[in-house]
Structures are given as C-alpha cells and as structure tokens.
Design a protein around this ligand. Structure first.
Ligand code: SAJ
Length: 423
C-alpha cells in the first residue's frame, strides 16, 4: 500500500461495456469520475439508467451513485489516475481505428501532473502504448516512467458475465517500469480477487490479442469441422463432444458466424501478410452466414417447401445479451433478402437494430425459421408458439433447442435441422 495516499481520485475515460462497470467497482475504494463524450449516456448514467442487460450492473451503479464516490461528466478533470477504456473499432483499411484513444490521451495531457498514473485498457495493436499514447502524454512536458507512470492493462471480462469476470479473472499488467506496474497493481487490487501478473506493456498488449485470436481460430475449427461433417454423414456436435473427452482437447461450437466488438476485430490488429492461419480463421468465420443460407436453400429444396418469408430468431451476437455489434444476423438478413425472401427478425433483448424488429409471435408466423442466437427464450419453443409456422421446419444454427423440446416438436411433425448434424 505504498501509493494509496496519492491515488485518491480516478478518472475513467469511456463509459461503455468496460468503463462503466470498472468505474463502479473502483468507486468502492476511490473517488471516481467517469467521462464520456456522449451527453445522453452521461445524463442517463447519473440518473441511474443503463443500456446493457449486464447482470448486477444496475445495482452496482445504484450503489456507486448513492455512495457519492462516482459521478459521470463529459469533461476530464484532474485526477491521480487516468484509465482509458474507449473503443478501438476497425477503420476502412481493416486496421485499428485509434482516434478515440488519441482524443482520450489528448484530453489527459493538459491535466497530467507529476506522480500521475495513466492506464490504457482499450484493445490495441502491440506497441501502441509506447509509440502512440505515451508520445501524446509526453507533450505535457512530463516524462513517462519518471514524472508520470503508465501501464497497459487490458480487460478480459466476458460480456454477459462482466462483473463476475472483472472481479475474479486474473489480470495482466504491462507496466513501462516497476513503479508503474506496482501502482496499477495497487489500484486493481482494490476489487480484483484473481491473480495479478506483471509484465512489459508490449507483452500485455499482445496477450490480449492472442486470447481473442485463440478463440477465433478455435471457433473457425469447429465451423470447418461442421462443414466437413456433411461429407462424412455424421453429427459433428456429437463428435466434438466426444473429442472433448480427451484431457487436452477443447473444441468450441460451430455457429452462424462470430460477432461482437472483440473477436471479429482484434485478430486483425495482429494479422500481417504472413499470418495465414489468422486470416483463414477470419475468413471461415466471416463466411458462415453464407454457408447457413446455402444449407437453408438445400433444406427448402429437399423438403419441397415454398418460402416467401424467413423468420430469424435472435439479433444479438450471442446468447442473452442485448449487444448486436457485428452480429452474424445482419449478414443472414442481407443474404436472405438477396434470395428474394421477406425477412422477419425478433430478439428479446436487443432494442436498437438496423433491421426492424418484430415480436416472437410475428416472427414465428413465417414459412421457415432460423435460430441465429441461442437466447434462453428459444431453447423451449412450444408447439403452441409454433402454430403459425407454415413449413414446420426450424434451422437451429446454434444447436440450442433442448433435447426434450426437440423430441416433443419432432413427435408433433416438426423437422429440426442443426448446423453440423448430417447423420
Ligand atoms: N461463438 C461461437 N462458438 C463458440 C463460442 C462463441 O460461434 O463456441 C461466437 C459467439 O456466438 C459470438 C462470438 O463467437 O458471436 C464471440 O463470442 P464469445 O462469447 O466467444 O466472446 P465475446 O466477444 O463475447 O468476448 C470475448 C472473450 N474472449 C475470450 O474468451 C478469449 C472475453 O473474455 C473478452 O474480454 C472479450 O472478447 C473482449 O472484450 O475482448
């Protein structure tokens, strides 16, 4: 607890999926100012309104606001610690768009004082801390590692279980020197129960990308195997389950594509012209919606059904979240429309979406349906709910319908197709 006396006030830049929960958790021990350029978001947060369905976040925000140790503003103020948690999307060249990181760093620079700690949490290409962020901060006239301290500490929390993972996951701290790392360790130790590991900034930046690359490649493997299953005439889901009985095998699940703000984007920060595997994984996952539509066309043909309207269940990129960023559903809609089909889409959580959203009942009143997201709501579809489904055909691209439900539906004459099941 060497630095506690100095680290009293923390300023977090970016109040999105990572910044807001982190600000609330830090406010248990520090005075925290959360900053976001979105005025409406700031006003909603101060009025205890949030836009995510993240479990426990609403209660945590209430607690933080009531403690008076957390407030949100649109302007950065002087602090002892600055944490940058802004998005890094892809730009037009498929590289990291660092403009939000740049403007966050530029907001900090005039306020930077001797002894401050700056932490970058945004996912970035390796060496961004050294070659991009620190030079902006040093325009203050202060020197990194000597006058102020700097660490790269990415977030690893899993959307849908953010708070639990933010507290219990291990944390990698990439300090530019020992003191920077120790200060960051002290800050995070106020709420992190997981183990804290200290390394160099460039290693920490790389580790974050490697984690998401590992997942992307593993999902691509499952998707590739799902395609191969067709030639083999097997159910790949059964085969994956059995392969995973091996003590060192953990193949993930095939699906209609990889969405979200992280996995479709982060691998590109490390892809070079020689990265064959990473590029191929991206390509396999990106082309899954097209594969789903080809399979759907085959199902339609072999079952001789007339399709003018396709119902898509799920707009979110994954189960039980209201986040539709980079969702495979968008591509599915686009490709289904190209076939000349009308498309109805529903989602119990997503409120804002490019395509109009309708109720589950209305979506089920279609010629055929695709389950695109494995929300709990779709695991036990009843015969009554499906009474208006013309063809009685469901394409469950997530293999999410519960076995009991599946049996009941099949007994009632429904045909349920699953991605990768060709037995
Ligand atoms: N998906 C599959 N098959 C699977 C698992 C996932 O098709 O077996 C799909 C999902 O449906 C979704 C996409 O992949 O469309 C990504 O979802 P996800 O649940 O794999 O991951 P994210 O994007 O929600 O969160 C990831 C996590 N990274 C890792 O697990 C390595 C999380 O820990 C990170 O903090 C987060 O990215 C991030 O912010 O980087």
């Amino acid at each position: 607890m060497l630095f506690l006396i100095r680290m009293k006030r923390v300023c977090i830049l970016g109040l999105g999926y990572i910044g807001l929960p982190k600000a609330c958790l830090l406010s248990k021990s520090y005075n925290v100012l959360g900053v976001d350029t979105n005025k409406e978001l700031v006003s909603n947060i101060n009025n205890n309104q949030i836009h995510t369905t993240e479990p426990g976040l609403k209660e945590l925000l209430t607690e933080a606001l009531e403690s008076k140790r957390f407030t949100a503003k649109t302007q950065v103020e002087k602090a002892d610690v600055f944490v940058i948690a802004v998005p890094t999307p892809l730009n037009a060249e498929n590289a990291a768009e660092l403009k939000y990181v740049k403007s966050a760093a530029e907001m900090i620079t005039p306020l930077l004082r001797k002894g401050n700690l700056v932490i970058l949490e945004s996912t970035v290409p390796p060496k961004t801390s050294r070659h991009f962020v620190i030079p902006i901060l040093e325009k203050s006239g202060l020197m990194a590692g000597k006058d102020f301290y700097f660490a790269y500490c990415s977030e690893r929390a899993f959307p849908g279980d953010t708070l639990n993972e933010m507290i219990n996951n291990s944390k990698i701290i990439g300090g530019i020197n020992k003191k920077s790392a120790e200060m960051a360790r002290e800050l995070y130790s106020s709420f992190i129960k997981g183990e804290i590991f200290i390394t160099k900034d460039v290693v920490a930046e790389s580790v974050k990308l490697m984690e998401n690359i590992y997942r992307d490649v593993n999902i691509a493997l499952a998707n590739e195997l799902a395609k191969i299953a067709k030639d083999l005439g097997i159910n790949i889901l059964e085969a994956i389950e059995l392969a995973n009985k091996h003590p060192r095998v953990k193949i993930l699940r095939p699906g209609p594509g990889v969405g979200g703000h992280c996995i479709p984007i982060d691998p590109r920060f490390l892809i070079t012209k020689d990265s064959k595997l990473l590029k191929t994984a991206r390509e396999i996952n990106d082309t899954m919606p097209g594969h789903i539509i080809s399979l759907l066309k085959e199902i339609i043909k072999t079952n001789n059904v007339h399709v003018s309207t396709v119902g898509i269940l799920g707009a979110a990129y994954k189960a039980n979240v209201n986040d539709a960023r980079e969702t495979p559903t968008l591509k599915l809609i686009e490709l289904a429309k190209k076939q000349g089909w009308n498309v109805k889409v529903t989602d119990p959580y997503v409120k804002k979406f490019i395509h109009p959203l309708v109720t589950l009942g209305e979506t089920l009143n279609s010629d055929i349906i695709i389950i695109a997201t494995d929300h709990d709501e779709y695991k036990n579809l009843s015969i009554d709910m499906l009474k208006n489904l013309q063809s009685k055909i469901i394409f469950d691209t997530r293999n999410c319908i519960k076995p009991n439900t599946k049996t009941k539906l099949e007994q009632a004459g429904f045909k349920i197709f699953t991605l990768g099941n060709h037995k």
